[in-house]
Design a protein around this ligand. Structure first.
Ligand SMILES: Cc1cn([C@H]2C[C@H](O)[C@@H](COP(=O)(O)OP(=O)(O)OP(=O)(O)O)O2)c(=O)[nH]c1=O
Length: 208
């Protein structure tokens, strides 16, 4: 079954590429709204499902993957910052504190243009920031890196220097929990490890 990533996130694309998986990217036009009444984990799942659903409606065949990453501090969901000032405030709030990063996942199988099976899940990682001084926050915000990221940071870049400790799946923080995804794939008897390994071998064979 062909995998379709319903995401414009370059991080998610890179993670699947690094696993040597074959997939197509179809960014979702889903408008992220109307989930504030739900608990954080349910918000992340509902948004992931909304993204996958929107792509499913315009797909004939395939397995569609939607994902949504949120940052939660003391029960408050911190999405992407509105602007640089908002990013600065978010990072000052997270300084010296622990927060949760939750990524919701949704997989929808489409056959003959109809959704025939859906599975959802979510992964949580605890991240602890060191005490940040305002000059460091200002320097990081000035790079522009926080602006398209939940919680106003990207652990895979300069913000690695903000993180003192993590408890859980690192890839979940980057935007795609790979072990949790592999577990959801079992619904279709798919092992991502075996698929990636087979494709890696055939790619190597065509090179030699
Ligand atoms: C906390 C954190 C988030 N992020 C990113 C992952 C997500 O791309 C983004 C959260 O926004 P999302 O709404 O989850 O995803 P997106 O808008 O980038 O892409 P799409 O909706 O098309 O799938 O924040 C990092 O890259 N590194 C981090 O350390």
């Amino acid at each position: 079954m062909h995998l379709i990533l319903a995401s414009a996130s370059p991080r998610r694309r890179q993670l699947l590429t690094d696993l040597h998986l074959s997939f197509t990217i179809v960014p979702s036009n889903f408008v992220e709204a109307g989930v504030d009444h739900l608990p954080p984990r349910e918000q992340a799942i509902a948004l992931a499902e909304g993204k996958a659903n929107e792509v499913a409606r315009r797909t004939g065949e395939g397995l569609i993957l939607g994902a949504d990453t949120i940052v939660v501090h003391e029960g408050t969901v911190l999405g992407k910052p509105r602007d640089a000032d908002d990013a600065f405030r978010t990072l000052r709030r997270l300084s010296g504190q622990s927060h949760q990063v939750i990524t919701g996942l949704a997989l929808i199988e489409v056959h003959d243009g109809q959704p025939v099976a859906t599975v959802t899940g979510a992964e949580t990682t605890m991240v602890t920031f060191r005490q940040l001084d305002e000059a460091d926050i200002a320097a990081y915000v000035a790079t522009g890196d926080p602006l398209d990221k939940a919680g106003a940071y990207g652990i895979q870049g300069l913000a690695a220097l903000l993180v003192e400790r993590i408890d859980g799946d690192y890839f979940n923080v980057v935007g795609l929990p790979l072990v949790a995804l592999d577990r959801l794939m079992r619904r279709w008897q798919i092992s991502l490890l075996q698929q990636g390994a087979a494709r890696e071998q055939s790619q190597r064979a065509t090179l030699t």
